[in-house]
Ligand binder design. Structure first.
Ligand code: 5IU
Length: 264
C-alpha cells in the first residue's frame, strides 16, 4: 500500500504542492465526496438539469462539451453558476493527443475555450512531453490542472506496460501542472509524490455496456486498486434511473470505501 493511500484527503490537501490538486482534495474532504459524475448527454437542457440534481453529491463534474448539440456560451455560464451553487469542480474530458503547439490552441481557443472554464482537463502521453508543455503554457497561469491518461477502462486498451510507465515519468517531471492520472489502479508513488488517481468504468449494477466499457465497483476501485475518485456516468443517469437517488448511492459507496481504506 502507498503512503498516500492511508492519508485522508484533507491531510494530503494540506501538504500538496500543486494548487489545483490541493483545491480538489480540500473539496473532497469538506464535501465528503469522491464521486465524479461523467455527464455524457447531448443537450444543454439535460446537462444543466442533471448537473443541478446531482450537484450536492459530487466533487467533480466531468463533461464532454463537444457532444452537446446546442452548445453556446450561456451553457458555460450556467454550468459555472451551478459549480458555485453546489461547490463542485469541472473536468472537461478532452483527451488531448496532438503536438504541443496544436493542443495549446485546442485548449485555449476555438468555440469551446476549454481553459477559460474547466478546472481540469486531460491528455494522452502519445505525442511525448511537448503536449504537457503546450497545455501548461495556457493552463498554469489560470491555476488549471492536468491529468494524464495512464490506463483506460475499455476492453483491449493499449495503455499498459511501458506506455503507462513512460506516461508516469512525464507526469513526475511536470508536477506543477500534472495533478494526477486517469487510471484503473494507483501508480507506484515515490516518496513525497502525491498524484490523484481518478477511475472511470464504475458501476454497481452491470459489468459492461456492449461497446467495450468494463465496470468495477467503488470498493474494487477505492480499496483494492487504491484509487481516489470514482467517475460514474450511466450508472447514475442511465435510462429509467432516479438520478438523485443513484448519485446519493454512489457517493455513499465511494465514501464508505474510502473510510475503510484509510482505517486499514
Ligand atoms: N472514460 C472511460 N474510460 C476511460 C477513460 C474515460 O469510461 O478509460 I480515459 C470516460 C468515458 C465516459 C465516462 O465519459 O468515462 C464513463 O461513463 P459510463 O460510466 O457511462 O460508462
Amino acid at each position: 500500500m502507498h503512503a498516500t493511500t492511508k492519508q485522508t484527503y484533507g491531510e494530503r490537501a494540506a501538504q500538496h504542492p500543486n494548487a489545483c490538486a490541493k483545491r480538489m482534495l480540500e473539496l473532497m474532504e469538506t464535501k465528503k465526496s469522491n464521486l465524479s459524475l461523467a455527464l455524457d448527454v447531448t443537450t444543454k437542457k439535460e446537462l444543466l438539469e442533471i448537473a443541478d440534481k446531482v450537484g450536492p453529491y459530487i466533487c467533480l463534474l466531468k463533461t464532454h462539451i463537444d457532444i452537446v448539440d446546442d452548445f453556446d456560451q450561456d451553457l458555460i455560464e450556467q454550468l459555472l453558476a451551478l459549480s458555485k451553487k453546489h461547490n463542485f469542480m469541472i473536468f472537461e474530458d478532452r483527451k488531448f493527443a496532438d503536438i504541443g503547439n496544436t493542443v495549446k490552441h485546442q485548449y485555449g481557443n476555438g468555440i469551446y475555450r476549454i481553459a477559460s472554464w474547466s478546472d481540469i482537463t486531460n491528455a494522452h502521453g502519445v505525442p511525448g512531453e511537448g503536449i504537457i508543455t503546450g497545455l501548461k503554457e495556457v493552463g498554469l497561469p489560470l491555476g488549471r490542472g492536468l491529468l494524464l491518461l495512464a490506463e483506460m477502462s475499455s476492453k483491449g486498451a493499449l495503455t499498459y506496460g511501458e506506455y503507462s510507465s513512460k506516461t508516469i515519468e512525464m507526469a513526475r517531471r511536470n508536477q506543477d501542472f500534472v495533478m494526477g492520472f486517469i487510471t484503473q489502479r494507483r501508480i507506484n508513488e515515490l516518496p513525497n509524490e502525491d498524484f490523484i488517481a481518478m477511475s472511470p468504468g464504475v458501476g454497481l449494477d452491470v459489468t459492461g455496456d456492449g461497446l467495450g466499457q468494463q465496470y468495477r465497483t467503488p470498493h474494487q476501485v477505492i480499496v483494492e486498486s487504491e484509487c481516489d475518485m470514482i467517475i460514474v456516468g450511466r450508472g447514475i443517469y442511465g435510462k429509467g434511473r432516479d438520478v438523485e437517488a443513484e448519485a446519493r448511492r454512489y457517493q455513499e459507496a465511494g465514501w464508505v470505501a474510502y473510510e475503510e481504506r484509510i482505517r486499514q
